[in-house]
Design a protein around this ligand. Structure first.
Ligand SMILES: [Mg+2]
Length: 130
């Protein structure tokens, strides 16, 4: 099973790093959508089948937390796997986002840390190498 993913981050460099890390981690990828703020992220979700969302917190226009709130308001996205990629250090904020069903990968992230959280929340693991 391959994953259609959406990467939402206002930094094109970070989006590229996340994608590169997913490839290095051997995650089977389907379609990859990118968005630079929460509004664009919601648009991408309306228009594409997405299995997994990577979300930044601090973004212009609509931040990651507000985007996650909007996602969870939709019954069809109630259980959509979301991974917040952040340097967020506030335990209160992290707990609040976890209660909304988001998982965390802290920057700097590694292929191993990304593999681990993806396996935990989607059941999809990296492709076996022969
Ligand atoms: Mg940002």
């Amino acid at each position: 099973m391959s994953l259609n993913i959406l990467i939402v981050d206002d930094s094109a460099v970070v989006r590229a790093m996340i994608l590169k890390t997913l490839k290095m981690a051997g995650i089977p990828l389907g379609d990859v959508q990118q968005a630079s703020d929460g509004c664009e992220g919601l648009d991408a979700l309306e228009n594409h089948w997405i299995d997994l969302v990577f979300a930044d917190i601090n973004m212009p226009v609509m931040n990651g937390e507000e985007m996650i709130d909007r996602i969870r308001e939709q019954p069809e996205w109630e259980e959509l796997p979301i991974i917040v990629v952040s340097t967020e250090g506030s335990a209160t904020r992290i707990e609040r986002l976890q209660r909304k069903g988001a998982s965390f990968v802290h920057k700097p992230f590694t292929p191993e840390s990304v593999q681990e959280v993806i396996k935990k929340i989607t059941g999809v693991s990296h492709e076996q190498t022969a």
